[in-house]
Design a protein around this ligand. Structure first.
Ligand code: SF4
Ligand code: SF4
Length: 99
């Protein structure tokens, strides 16, 4: 289950999640088993197995652990640097609440 906010920033505004290159993916299911947060799901499409990113916001912000476990090199995440810049920008709109 995804968190609604990430350190006060709406999780949906942080564009951090894996994408699958279907030219390379063999639907082996390794990523589905690897990510325990349910980001991926193995679905049936016209009798064929297909791995999909069914819950993108479940992906832990700035985690890219599954990129390297894909035997086909089919998984990619966005640039960490650009995402950190995006977070810095979003922080201006959503400052951390301190007590
Ligand atoms: S590990 Fe790679 S090849 Fe296997 S299902 Fe996931 S994306 Fe596809
Ligand atoms: S990067 Fe980490 S949290 Fe995100 S889908 Fe891969 S294993 Fe799951």
């Amino acid at each position: 289950m995804s968190e609604e906010n990430w350190h006060e920033i709406p999780r949906s505004e942080i564009l951090w999640y894996p994408t699958i290159d279907y030219e390379k993916c063999t639907s082996c299911g390794k990523c589905v088993n690897y990510c325990t947060l349910g980001t991926y799901e193995l679905q049936e499409d016209e009798g064929k197995k297909k791995t999909v990113v069914s819950n993108p916001d479940n992906c832990v912000v700035l985690c890219s652990g599954c990129d390297s476990i894909c035997p086909a090199g089919a998984i990619k995440h966005p640039s960490k640097k650009q995402t950190q810049e995006l977070i810095r920008e979003l922080r201006k709109t959503y400052p951390l609440q301190r007590e």
